[in-house]
Ligand binder design. Structure first.
Ligand code: PLP
Length: 386
């Protein structure tokens, strides 16, 4: 199998598994229990929190652990909306956010909030001028992602953070797809709230974090115990949190070398595919991107059929975001960039990872050339009989 869908999820790094095993086998206590067996688990969580905080250059107390990037996004948006309801009812986000943010905004709209979905340009970059113009006295929150999961395009979050701070508005960014792919730390993002997810950086599923700048108004979304400063009730997933810290440490150590290596492989893939196949469009390729992601559209071909054809050859890629699989709608991200519904439906996402080697890229280029060639042949034969 050649796995080229690392933006959907990454394999667990064996070094991460190693640090998790003792917590699953032996030190499996509840961190809230009063005896030593519980304190051991609590200490493991606190040590993991400190390790991640050191990497991100924030205070351990500024990090809340939760179960997924989706949950971190929900906590950020719903938590601020609920805390600031008396201040205003307007939220600004972008048209290309992950469904974890978009569908949360839709839910907030049903609860009386007004949401502006700022458009992007043809390269997939959020229109800063329109974003600035959409802010009003009623605006309580701006949420714009750091790197897009489908195109890899990096958004101008520092500029947006500066604007939000000047206007006294809380700013959240979803850094689920940029963490471990870009070396920027938290300070560079300038956000009040930042979402992270372990399984996108070779950590386990079931662990994620929300950074909360001290003083940011936030109300809990789940009610229950007093875990995570009362902001995220529920027994901590100790082994996964410890694995998350190890994964984060490795990601920061390897980010520069891996970034350079994957960028070269990704660029080679794009060069070779565009040379071998006619009618290929590279989405977002003129904008700054995370180094591992490529979004390609193949004229007159159904992206889903390309994914199936590659799967038959042992190659895993996706059509846009994994969460939209099974949805008949074409990618909202590509549509927002101005692609027609048909163009968006003719697209695939290839995302490289630590295990990707040159021979995988060569194999993927050969397979893509064959699959697209065959699909075009079939559609031209079908066209002749229709
Ligand atoms: N945000 C972005 C940008 C993502 O790509 C994803 C997952 O694809 C999520 C949030 C959701 O993260 P999780 O799978 O941990 O819920």
């Amino acid at each position: 199998m050649i796995y080229l869908d690392h933006n959907a999820t990454t394999p667990l790094d064996p070094r991460v598994l190693e640090v998790m095993l003792p917590l699953l086998r032996e030190a499996w206590g509840n961190p809230s229990s009063p005896y030593r067996f519980g304190s051991q688990a609590k200490a493991a969580v606190q040590q993991a929190r400190k390790r991640i905080a050191d990497r991100l250059a924030c205070r351990p107390a500024d990090l809340l652990f939760c179960a997924s990037g989706t949950e971190a996004d929900n906590l950020a948006l719903r938590g601020v909306a609920s805390a600031l309801r008396s201040k205003g009812s307007h939220i600004v986000t972008s048209a290309i956010e992950h469904h974890a943010v978009l569908n949360t905004c839709k839910a907030l709209e049903r609860n009386g909030f007004r949401v502006t979905y700022v458009p992007v340009n043809a390269d997939g970059v959020v229109d800063f001028t329109q974003l600035a113009a959409s802010i009003c006295d009623e605006t309580l929150l701006v949420s714009v992602m750091h790197a897009n999961n489908e195109t890899g395009v990096v958004q101008p979050v520092e500029e947006i953070a500066t604007l939000a701070r000047r206007r006294g508005i809380v700013f959240h960014t979803d850094a689920v797809q940029s963490t471990g792919k870009l070396s920027q730390g938290l300070a560079a993002l300038g956000a009040d709230l930042v979402s992270f997810s372990a399984h996108k950086l070779y950590g386990p599923k079931g662990a994620a974090a929300l950074y909360v700048r001290p003083g940011t108004p936030l109300e809990p979304v789940t009610t229950g115990g007093a875990q995570e400063h009362g902001l995220r009730a529920g027994t901590e997933n100790v082994a996964a949190i410890v694995g998350f810290a190890e994964a984060m440490a490795i990601a920061f150590e390897e980010v520069d070398g891996e970034g350079q290596r994957q960028r070269e492989l990704r660029d080679r893939l794009e060069r070779e595919v565009t040379a071998a196949v006619r009618g290929v469009r590279l989405n977002g390729a003129r904008a700054p991107r995370v180094p591992n992601t490529s979004s390609l559209s193949f004229q007159d071909i159904d992206g889903e059929s390309v994914v199936v054809g590659l799967d038959a050859r042992g190659i895993c890629v996706s059509t846009g975001s994994a969460c939209s699989t099974g949805e008949p709608e074409p990618s909202h991200v590509l549509r927002a960039m101005g692609l027609s519904s048909q163009q968006a439906q003719s697209s695939i996402r290839i995302s490289l990872g630590r295990q990707t080697r040159e021979q995988d890229i060569d194999c993927a280029v050969r397979a893509l050339t064959e699959v697209v060639g065959r699909l075009r042949q079939i559609s031209s034969v079908r066209g002749r009989f229709e």
